[in-house]
Design a protein around this ligand. Structure first.
Ligand SMILES: *Cc1c(COP(=O)(O)O)cnc(C)c1O
Length: 405
């Protein structure tokens, strides 16, 4: 498909509205993405035509719903290049996926074992590991961050020991947009026999991950950040690890046989999918992934790079601006502040002008502590944004600066 920005924008109904009397400029894509019409239609179609519980009934609709759900799993398997479809688990999002894995490790780890996360993590890739360490007596170690927002790879290699059992890092930072050298991180971890979980929540909107090429042991992401419904997500896990980990939740669908003496678990992926899942969401997530592939990840990457370059160029002209996360390889996320001005004040003023950005710590307080700031203003661009919208943000920021200085 040729990249036609006008056509793409016409497919996102929410973008064509006014906020506070101004055209909406939505630059909070790292928090959640907007949904194309095909996704909205698929959600409606599911409830109009397909709705039934899956796997349980022999009746027609149950079969249709089950088939659609399992087809979506296979679609996602292909999208991330997983070896087997049963290695692709439906979850409610990144947070759930990480908790599932960390909870399992909490039961496997022993005192003396070590878990490594990075300074650049979202809270949802820190707190579950703290739980796991508290529960097991394992030690949590942290890969330090450098001034430009990159991770210190030399320090990382020194942290790895034969006691390291799992390394959990993000593919792309949500707070700074920095792309991490995950392939290198995975390779080094495997050399000491540690597993690796990659938090792909910020990567999947911009690129197509290849889990076999990365050779990661777990890869997690959220549906709502890639044009899919809220409350959807994927946990990819290598077969050997999913077999090793204990189940997370008990209930229907995840068992083979239940007696009061002993329960045996269902095979993968059902072992980790207790209860009635978000059936509509799982099916529609497949539709969202189809849509992104139709737009094309090469097109998305090239266009977003243009927006990033243009945004950096225009923002750099503003007085007193300070950027956070200045590595060469970045996703279309710009984190910044103005000297002496609180990010919340800027965010509140530009919201009055129709500009939606995120202000705050972005669920990554250790990063803010490192830079000794209360938070940042974060503008995150998607492939349906435009340079004209960046211009509108720049004008709004100038007004905010004038009012706040
Ligand atoms: C958004 C995000 C999360 C949390 O995702 P949820 O959808 O809220 O579960 C975790 N890590 C990163 C890097 C994120 O961007």
């Amino acid at each position: 498909m040729k990249f036609d920005i006008n056509k793409i924008r016409s497919q996102f109904p929410i973008l064509h509205q006014q906020v506070n009397g101004k055209p909406l400029v939505y630059f909070d894509n790292a928090a959640t993405s907007q949904k194309p019409q095909v996704v909205i239609d698929a959600e409606v179609k599911y409830y109009n035509e397909i709705n039934a519980n899956i796997h349980r009934g022999v009746h027609h609709l149950s079969q249709v719903a089950t088939d659609a759900y399992e087809e979506s799993r296979i679609k996602i398997q292909k999208h991330i290049n997983a070896k087997n479809s049963f290695e692709v688990l439906f979850t409610s999002g990144t947070t759930f996926g990480i908790n599932l894995v960390a909870n399992g490790f909490g039961q496997i780890l022993k005192a003396g074992d070590e878990v490594i996360v990075s300074h650049l993590e979202h809270h949802s890739n820190i707190v579950p590991w703290q739980f796991a360490c508290e529960r097991s007596g394992a030690t949590l170690k942290v890969i330090p961050m450098l001034q430009d927002g990159s991770l210190d790879m030399e320090a990382y290699q020194n942290l790895l020991t034969k006691n390291t059992k799992i390394v959990a890092v993000n593919h792309i930072s949500n707070a700074l947009g920095v792309v991490n050298p995950v392939k290198f991180i995975i390779e080094k971890a495997h050399q000491v026999g540690a597993a690796v979980l990659i938090d792909g929540a910020q990567a999947t909107p911009h690129l197509k991950p290849d889990v076999q090429d990365l050779d990661c042991d777990f890869y997690v992401f959220s549906g709502h950040k890639i044009g899919g419904p809220t409350g959807t997500g994927i946990l990819y896990g290598k077969e050997v690890w999913l077999n090793k980990l204990p189940p997370y939740q008990g209930g229907g669908e995840m068992i083979k046989e239940v007696t009061f003496e002993k329960t045996t678990y269902a095979c993968l992926p059902h072992k980790f999918e207790a209860g009635t899942p978000n059936i509509a969401g799982g099916i529609v997530l497949g539709v969202a992934i189809d849509y992104l592939n139709e737009v094309g990840f090469d097109n998305i990457a090239a266009y977003e790079q243009e927006l990033l370059d243009y945004g950096m160029q225009q923002l750099s002209k503003l007085e007193g601006i300070e950027f956070y996360g200045t590595t060469a390889e970045k996703a279309s996320v710009i984190s910044f502040n103005f000297k002496g001005i609180h990010p919340y004040d800027v965010g509140a003023i530009i919201d009055k002008l129709g500009i939606a950005v995120r202000t705050g710590h972005h669920c990554a307080q250790p990063i803010m502590n490192y830079f000794d700031i209360p938070g940042t203003i974060r503008a995150s661009f998607a492939f349906y944004n435009t340079k004209e919208e960046i211009d509108a943000m720049i004008e709004a920021l100038k007004k905010a600066q004038m009012m706040l200085q």
